[in-house]
Design a protein around this ligand. Structure first.
Ligand code: ATP
Length: 313
């Protein structure tokens, strides 16, 4: 079995200055690759280069072994959602999807459209024209359009924008199913918790530079100090003051943080330190838990590291 997407040294140098890359990754059937990074990091540029919508200054991106633009039937190989306007807003979603299926030369159009309308819960509003759609409904329709051809690869840029909780759950389940059936998903988004739940792999891009890539657990472990410790206090304890006092007292720098009633020690530490910290809190402790490192923490620590670097360089 081969990688369905191969990206090697992919770089974009915009004439106006920003540089994205070099980016390197491979994606295999059954994987969900999350592309994570802050605003302007280079997520969309990476996806656009992959899809032949932005020309790379260096490097290459192959989809099924070829540049996207050289694929014979790109619409059948890759379902794409990049946000933006949908097109003729006087159509209903059924009309729009039927039109788009025709444009892609798909067979069994009625059945496909019915299936996707139901899967994306767009059949709740059969008569509403797109111009009357909310942001979330438009988002569902855009994703529905990407899913229409049942392509082996889905590429989605910011698919969670404007979705309510139900919409997020729907998208979460749909993308997981997509990958579990042996297909591939590549998605860029800011919703870190969602990404961690859905993704098998992650590519982290910050300020145009690739900061990590690989299986999500591996990237998290490689970029964190392991599980942290949560000290939970009874109501009424001023946890912020305790965090500040303990950081001074124990010389742990910024490792102790206040989160509502919790004091969070964001790194692995020995038992003695945990108990010494608990004793110095001098407040009723109601729970002591281990907290596994998360993608959010890794992203935060990469952001902090890169801002320290840029301040010191
Ligand atoms: N067409 C363009 N011309 C010039 N610079 C661009 C162009 N498109 C993007 N950039 C720049 O490239 C960098 C990466 O932008 P990109 O849109 O890829 O980031 P992003 O990670 O998708 O950001 P966001 O999360 O805010 O959508 C930014 O500095 C941006 O200003």
């Amino acid at each position: 079995m081969d990688a369905v997407v191969e990206v090697h040294g992919l770089t974009k140098r915009y004439v106006s200055g920003p540089v994205v890359g070099p980016i390197d990754f491979e994606v295999w059937p059954g994987q969900v690759l999350a592309v994570a990074g802050s605003n302007g990091a280079g997520k969309s540029t990476t996806l656009r280069m992959l899809l032949g919508l932005a020309s790379p200054s260096q490097g290459r991106a192959l989809v099924m072994g070829r540049p996207y633009r050289q694929l014979e039937h790109p619409g059948l190989q890759v379902g794409v959602f990049l946000g933006g306007r949908l097109g003729d807003e006087s159509m209903t979603s059924r009309e729009y999807l039927t039109f788009m299926a025709g444009m892609q030369g798909l067979h069994n159009v009625r059945r496909r459209v019915r299936r996707v309308l139901r899967a994306c819960s767009l059949d709740h509003w059969p008569k509403v024209r797109i111009r009357g759609y909310s942001t979330g409904m438009r988002q569902r329709l855009g994703v529905a359009c990407a899913m229409l051809s049942d392509a082996p690869i889905l590429v989605l840029d910011e698919p969670f924008n404007g979705l309510d909780i139900e919409g997020r759950l729907w998208l979460h389940d749909s993308l997981k199913q997509w990958a579990e059936s042996g297909r591939t998903v590549i998605l860029a988004a800011h919703e870190i918790e969602e990404l961690q739940r859905i993704a098998t792999h992650v590519l982290i891009v910050m300020h145009g530079r690739q900061m990590g890539c690989g299986p999500i657990e591996q990237v998290i472990n490689d970029n964190s100090d392991g599980a942290g410790i949560i000290f939970r206090f009874a109501n009424g304890v001023d946890v912020s003051r305790k965090a500040a006092a303990l950081n001074d007292l124990m010389g742990m720098g910024a490792d102790l943080r206040a989160l509502k009633n919790d004091l969070y020690l964001a790194r692995r530490t020995d038992e003695d330190t945990v108990f010494a910290t608990a004793a110095r809190c001098e407040a009723p402790l109601v729970q002591l838990n281990r907290a596994e490192p998360t993608l959010r923490e890794v992203m935060t620590s990469i952001i902090n590291r890169s801002s320290v670097k840029s301040h010191t360089s």
